[in-house]
Design a protein around this ligand. Structure first.
Ligand code: GDP
Length: 441
């Protein structure tokens, strides 16, 4: 994921500040220049990059702050806050309600991944216990109905469409009514996507909206469209009441920043992101977790959520590990157990990239890395696996030799362990403070 590049560049710029003995205007300006350059390279809208720079400068006046204050931490926090603000329009997305019909209309340009996303969305809500159905109101693209039919059948979700009817608004209205009568709770209407210049596309969208009266309009945007994202988002927003945004193909080589930042133009929150072609490659979007993961800090809460979805119950399967974690005694052995559990789960929505330090890697890359670490841990003694502190260099060299790796790679494994240990303990502490005696699952 090229977004990981952006994340690591921003993280690097922030880390560089640590090397400066005094944090002054020059150091701050250098850091901000590097971050802005990285954002622009990732296609983030120019005006927003400028805004981020100004906001950080306004909020942290390094020259006026008294010595002794942790200016570096304050700047880091200010940058994180601005990145979050950029992705968060400050509005809650529509929450479908049970025991009533929720009509959700999907809009977006052709090829953005709309039809695929409709099924992913239905599947996600089906797993949450909603009764879901799909309506194909795309009469423009030959094969659109067949594609939706195929996806829906695979996911065992009822669908409605027509090979003969040519009026999309008519089909949409009929499908929605049929599923309403049958007591469906989430009725998804997939509309036709064409090219932005086509006035007819927007007219059709308005007609479908008028006849189906959707509770939410989801705008689907391809993350690879770069700077054009802003114009596209603005155009859709001006024609239909976009209430939620879904960004697709964030697994690919797209820079992604354009689409992500264009969300501001819709004023609607991102609810999900598409991270692959498979039905499970769909993540719920939470701004803070996303920014934290992008900056390589991992997303333990997201990881736990996914393990839960896959029926991996850590409390049941590894009660000892949970106990040690709660008492701050998380060891290399525990990390190995966790890696084993995750490897067993297979390519479940790229779960591994939720580990701190592993963001941006695809399933294959993170799997290779984890397997390499597992061989190194196999070369450790029992006592070493229970170690929670640092290793002497002679031990590092021994483990490297025993597992056929370079000592630097063992050092990387130990760094990964430290990072995970700290993040795990921080999450535990936070949950304890919030009155939860266990992991926030
Ligand atoms: P539509 O024309 O907007 O309905 O787009 P489709 O749903 O037909 O998707 C176009 C292509 O994008 C298909 O090949 C999909 O498999 C692919 N696609 C959709 N979402 C994603 C995603 O999140 N990641 C990847 N890699 N491909 C996706």
């Amino acid at each position: 994921m090229v977004l990981a590049d952006l994340g690591s560049k921003v993280a690097l710029a922030l880390r560089k500040m640590t090397q400066a003995t005094v944090i002054d205007q020059t150091v701050m300006n250098e850091m901000l220049s590097e971050i802005c350059k990285a954002l622009l390279q990732a296609d983030v809208n120019v005006a927003q990059v400028k805004h981020l720079r100004e906001q950080v400068k306004r909020n942290v006046d390094v020259e006026a702050l008294a010595g002794g204050l942790n200016k570096r931490k304050m700047l880091e926090q200010a940058v994180c806050n601005e990145l979050c603000a950029m992705l968060d329009p400050g509005k809650e997305p529509y929450q479908p309600k049970k025991k009533q019909p929720n009509v959700i209309m999907f809009v977006g340009l052709q090829g953005c991944g709309k039809t695929t996303t409709c099924t992913k969305y239905a599947y996600m809500y089906k797993r949450k216990g909603f009764k879901c159905a799909l309506v194909c109101a795309d009469t423009f693209r030959a094969g659109a109905f067949d594609q939706l039919k195929q996806n829906a059948t695979k996911a065992k979700i009822p669908f409605y469409g027509s090979y003969t009817e040519t009026d999309p608004a008519q089909i949409a209205a009929e499908g929605v009514q049929k599923f309403k009568d049958e007591g469906y709770e989430i009725i998804i209407v997939d509309t036709s996507g064409r090219h932005m210049q086509e006035e007819a596309l927007f007219e059709e969208m308005e007609q479908v909206a008028q006849l189906t009266q959707p509770d939410d309009v989801v705008f689907v945007m391809d993350s690879s469209i770069g700077q054009a994202a802003h114009e596209q988002a603005t155009a859709f927003k001006s024609k239909v009441a976009v209430g939620s945004v879904i960004i697709t193909k964030l697994d690919g080589h797209a820079k992604g920043g354009g689409a992500l930042s264009a969300v501001a133009a819709t004023g609607a929150p991102i609810t999900n992101i598409g991270t692959g072609e498979h039905i499970e490659d769909f993540e719920e979007f939470e701004v803070k977790s996303f920014v934290s993961r992008m900056l390589g800090k991992g997303n333990i809460a997201g990881l736990m959520e996914k393990m839960k979805a896959a029926d991996v119950d850590l409390e049941k399967q590894a009660p000892e590990m949970m106990k040690r974690l709660q008492s701050g005694q998380w060891t290399l052995r525990d990390m190995r157990e966790q890696f084993q559990a995750v490897l067993k789960m297979g390519p479940l929505g790229n779960i591994m990239n939720q580990f701190p330090g592993m963001s941006g890697l695809d399933f294959h890359e993170s799997g290779v890395r984890i397997k390499k670490w597992m061989t190194m841990m196999d070369s450790m003694t029992e006592a070493e696996l229970d170690e929670t502190k640092s290793f002497a260099p002679s031990r590092i060299v021994r483990i490297a030799r025993g597992s056929g790796h370079h000592p630097q790679e063992v050092v990387e494994l130990l760094e990964q362990f430290k990072l995970m240990q700290t993040t795990m303990q921080k999450t535990m502490k936070k949950n304890k403070k919030m009155g939860k005696g266990q992991m926030d699952l």
